[in-house]
Design a protein around this ligand. Sequence first.
Ligand code: ASP
Length: 344
Amino acid sequence: MKKTLLLSIVAIACLTLSNSALSEQAPFAIAIHGGAGTIEKEKFTPDQEKAYRAKLTEAVEAGYFVLEKGGESLDAIITAIQVLEQSPYFNAGRGAVYTYDGSHELDASIMDGRNREAGAVAGVKHIESPINLARLVMDNSVHVMLSGQGAEEFAKEQGVELIENNLFDTEPRYKALLKAKQKLDKAKATSKEYQAAHKALPNSYKMGTVGAVALDKNGNLAAGTSTGGMTAKRYGRVGDAPVIGAGTFAENDSCAVSATGHGEYFIRYNVASDICARVKYQGKTIAEAGDEVINGVLKPIGGTGGVIVIDTKGNISLPFNTSGMYRASKSNTQATYVGIFSDE
Ligand code: ASP
């Protein structure tokens, strides 16, 4: 009897050991972005560059810490994105760009790779962390995407505090709005001319979103994206960031993607889900699929931007077709990487 008991204890101990060895081996990884665009080294002072790198490092490490402790990929991406939403450097949350009318309208979305559950908010004006509200939409509503006032009513019901829109005001973004309006108003004669002028605005007015993708120790992928959209946007314009399949996509069978760039192209070309479809149906690696869509499909038609992609093995790919993209990644086999320009 005693011998049997001893054997069972040894067997349980072995099982526990091999389980913990297995979970130690399970890959986990995170990647983040803080927007793509015309990002040139000459335009940064050494202190500014250092500050951007420090914020990217802080965000990726905060998300990684959640994963390392055994947390879920959904929680890891929210943690990372909230660090960026709270920073005025990025076009999301505190650093959101201005609309044509001088206010801020924020978009965000999140997707769970386990079951393709998703949540999104568009055009919210009084929500400090749109990515958090997107998660509440996913978890606590029967819908996928809520917009404007309705989304804010839902937020209130969920106990989210509404804040003043002017808390998103920052001087650099205001200056960018004035410059954009100068360019637009010159061409205001007809609606068609105005539209053409908007199309001609440089990249810097159209980018700066933040996002994150992660794989947790249980093999689950998640993706999220949060943005202030495009400087001088009008008529309730909504970009790709809250559109599932365009700016955000996650599915355990293929990959997780968060995008940044000229949203209209990302919507029309279904960028995030197209990358994962190539992985799923054509057996492409995420590096091949990401490069095909960003450089093969979007670049020739003038669709500027980039994506961060991760798969269930913990591979990470960060392709972009602009001069830079704020980005960072870390995995259980890769030390923290931070990049801004194209040559690093
Ligand atoms: N994709 C975003 C939008 O079009 C902008 C960005 O990525 O910076 O709203």
